[in-house]
Design a protein around this ligand. Structure first.
Ligand SMILES: [Zn+2]
Length: 177
């Protein structure tokens, strides 16, 4: 898994102008869906990150190019002395979770399920009940604050599978450099 982390983590440079980010600089981090016609090398990368590629942009390039993103957030390069932040804000996690609702690909279903586990641990989502539908186990979950309902397919991952998906997720979401 270490290799996957290396591939998917942020490079600390702008995807537009190629300039390196400075400590304290604000930038946009985006999750971009891998395109079908990605080259072979790119494909391997997509498997490592579950169909998403992490792209970072400086504010200038973000505004000028407004790249298409599945999900994005604004973040800041930590000062060297600052404690490193492993994951993004809860709102970003929630937004990513919600946007994956329509996904039918296995990797995205896995992502959504593991995001649900994380959000449950953070007490943002609450498990309500399980329904069986077309041989699939569906978890009905409620968002604690907004009182909205969400359906999550249980991909029946074992512990090792959950661990692997969590690592892929942190690899594309982490904001440290
Ligand atoms: Zn730039």
């Amino acid at each position: 898994m270490i290799a996957d982390w290396e591939v998917a983590k942020t490079q600390g440079v702008c995807g537009g102008c190629g300039r390196s980010f400075e400590p304290g600089q604000e930038y946009y981090a985006a999750l971009v869906e891998e395109s079908e016609e990605a080259e072979e090398g790119e494909k391997e990368k997509s498997q490592a990150s579950g169909g998403f590629e992490r792209q970072d942009y400086c504010e200038e390039c973000w505004e000028r190019e407004s790249p298409e993103a599945f999900c994005f957030w604004k973040t800041r390069v930590p000062e060297p002395a600052q404690k490193k932040k492993l994951l993004v804000d809860d709102e970003v996690l929630l937004e990513f979770f919600e946007r994956l609702a329509e996904a039918s690909e296995r990797v995205k279903i896995n992502f959504r399920f593991v995001l649900a586990l994380i959000l449950m641990r953070k007490r943002i989502l609450k498990y309500q009940q399980t329904q069986l539908r077309d041989g699939q186990e569906i978890w009905i979950m409620g968002q604690v604050r907004e009182q909205t309902k969400h359906e999550v397919v249980n991909p029946r991952l074992d512990d090792a599978g959950i661990e692997e998906v969590s690592e892929q997720l942190s690899a594309i979401l982490r904001s440290e450099l």
